[in-house]
Design a protein around this ligand. Structure first.
Ligand code: FAD
Ligand code: SF4
Length: 566
């Protein structure tokens, strides 16, 4: 590997170990390396070097086998993940192998994983929103779950910090329920979106429509290039125009000279020393040779993505922690949440036939939460809320015409009618009984216990979904959209790909796994800063919050190390 130091063989002792190199692990690596710590990143998948390892980034459909469709072998390899509808030949190499890494669904749950350097940061949709005190205070106010140990003021400087480095484009709205980020210029709404925005804002008091806030560069930023509106992002971007670990945080970590990244390193467990009362390192299995190796460090950041992180902690058994590292509360593995998704409405928009748009904008519209934000917007049907994503485009093509010959050829050159859709993302409550457990009967390719996932949406989420659909239909009809069709795909959890909550933060070690700085209550040199740490789920996309929590925790870790508290 040309640009990264992957030679972890010479040295088995580091200042810090980071498990996983996805969105949160990349940030941990950058922050710890920049603060001078010799840091080992252990990544279970292959190295994916920015640009060099994006084999499909410039391919057209006709350059790919089956025009981008999956072969029967690929379908088998991804037999669970294909339910998402997102996998094609162009991105297949960035999705985890379901056959080698099985899991058991007690109830339907889609667990989407990216097992390579960069994790799901290569595949994500880049929608990027701050949480507010409406979110951080929600559990305390309505009594679901436990109280967050932090408030918006604790994380606000860290949102600013990560946004300035990552580059987030969007429009400032000044809404208390959706605080503004430090924005690069917003992408533009197209003509139909502008039209519908003005109608919604005029007819529905308190509702706003804006362009999505996204981790895309709308101007050159920190040495990375501007987005070219190709919408081929999940193949890797040659311009580095969207935020990924590969394009952004890992190169920064590498530039310090303090980074070692070891690919094909499946972390099996964290080693806890009963005498010292802290973790001393981790055990890995080399994915290629099956060799068992131990690495030691003063601090350990577990960033393998929510469920894998929890799996590692549950696997980390010792005399002190018979039920998994940090599991004094019995909450490890519980309170699994995701957002509901693919509920909304769509329809056709008449007029604007002489208008089109440029390029393939990798973004859509956003309608921020407007229910349960104050007394006036309070619902008696459910707690918490939802926001909508969606957009307008020109659909239709020759496939739906009945013509032949010249008429047919002519028809495929003309854009079809305008279509508009919105789909809601609703908050899921933290239910203790929504959980994952270790399954010692089903082992993975390396003989390790796998996960059983037992989670479902309940009455509150169903009531939110009902409202999402009703409001979506009402808004589209009121704004003049034709042939409006409400839909609810009734997806089980997992389809939102915002799984979180299985090692939650809290004020009380009796009811939570982590403290207010993401440290395991009873093993303070172990930090968990991916989705596992989340105490509630908000209704907005969560990854920006993982980034901010990670940078904040890394800062705390280094300051505690200097004080010799860890
Ligand atoms: C199609 C799609 C669209 C999405 N859109 C959005 C969006 O618009 N906005 C948003 O906020 N979020 C979005 N997400 C979710 C987002 O990708 C995740 O929230 C984010 O990547 C989580 O970061 P992470 O660091 O926890 O995990 P990941 O990015 O998944 O990284 C985890 C890393 O850990 C490694 N790992 C796992 N187990 C081990 C082990 N035992 N040992 C060593 N390494 C291990 C993995 O290989 C991986 O590299 C989307 C996800 C998908 C798939
Ligand atoms: S749309 Fe922008 S970020 Fe996505 S691949 Fe194209 S240039 Fe890169």
């Amino acid at each position: 590997m040309a640009n990264f130091n992957i030679d972890a063989k010479k040295d088995v002792t580091y200042d810090a170990i980071v498990i996983g190199s996805g969105i949160s692990g990349g940030w941990a690596a950058k922050e710890l390396c920049e603060k001078g710590l010799k840091t080992l990143v252990l990544e279970r998948g292959k190295i994916v070097e920015h640009v060099v390892d994006y084999p499909t980034m410039n391919l057209d459909p006709w350059d790919m086998e089956l025009r981008g469709g999956l072969t029967p072998e690929q379908k088998e390899k991804h037999y669970k993940a294909i339910r998402s509808g997102w996998i094609g030949t162009d991105t297949e190499h960035f999705w985890a192998d379901d056959e080698a890494n099985p899991y058991t669904e007690e109830k339907p749950f889609l667990w989407l994983r990216g097992h390579q350097m960069g994790g799901k940061s290569l595949l994500w949709g880049k929608q990027t929103y701050r949480w507010s005190d409406l979110d951080f205070e929600a559990n305390a106010k309505d009594g679901h779950g436990v109280d967050w140990p932090i408030r918006y003021k604790d994380i606000e400087p860290w949102y600013t910090y990560v946004e300035k480095f990552a580059g987030i484009s969007g429009e400032a709205l000044g809404l208390p329920q959706l605080p503004d980020s430090h924005f690069l210029p917003p992408m533009e709404l197209n003509c139909v979106e502008k039209h519908i925005k003005s109608r919604i804002e005029k007819q529905f008091k308190g509702r706003n429509m804006t362009i999505g806030r996204v981790a895309h560069l709308t101007q050159p930023h920190n040495g990375r290039g501007q987005c070219q509106y190709r919408n081929r992002c999940s193949r890797g971007c040659p311009f580095g125009a969207y935020f990924s670990s590969n394009s952004t945080t890992l190169p920064a970590a590498n530039a310090t000279g303090n980074l070692t990244i070891r690919p094909f390193s499946i972390v099996q467990s964290v080693i806890y020393d009963d005498q010292k009362g802290k973790a001393t390192g981790v055990r890995i299995i080399d994915a290629e040779t099956n060799e068992d190796i131990e690495y030691s460090a003063k601090i350990i950041f577990v960033n393998a993505s929510a469920l894998s992180t929890t799996q590692i902690l549950m696997n980390s058994k010792s005399n002190r922690f018979e039920n998994g590292l940090g599991n004094d509360s019995g909450e490890l593995g519980h309170n699994l949440m995701d957002h509901t998704y693919r509920v909304g409405a769509l329809g056709k928009v008449e007029g604007f036939d002489d208008k089109y748009y440029k390029g393939r904008r990798p973004n859509g519209i956003y309608i921020p939460r407007y229910v349960n934000i104050d007394e006036a917007s309070k619902s008696d049907k459910f707690v918490r809320g939802f926001g909508y994503q969606g957009g307008a485009h020109r659909g239709g093509n020759a496939a739906n015409t009945e013509s032949f010959g010249a008429e047919y050829k002519d028809s495929i050159l003309k854009p079809g009618p305008w279509e508009f859709f919105i789909t809601g993302f609703a908050e899921c409550l933290p239910y203790h009984e929504n959980k994952i457990t270790l399954n010692t009967d089903v082992l993975d390719k390396w003989g390790q216990p796998t996960l059983t996932i037992d989670a479902e949406f309940k009455e509150n989420e169903k009531a939110l979904n009902k409202q999402i659909q009703e409001d979506a239909v009402e808004m589209l009809e009121a704004t003049g959209v034709k042939d409006v069709l409400g839909f609810d795909n009734e997806h089980p959890p997992g389809y939102g790909v915002h799984e979180m909550g299985t090692a939650r933060m809290g004020r009380d070690p009796k009811t939570s796994v982590l403290n207010g700085f993401n440290q395991v209550h009873a093993a303070k040199n172990v930090f968990v800063t991916d989705g596992a740490c989340m105490t509630s789920s908000s209704c907005v996309n969560p990854s920006l919050t993982y980034m901010a929590l990670t940078a904040r925790a890394a800062d705390h870790a280094v300051s505690e190390l200097k004080k010799q508290n860890l």
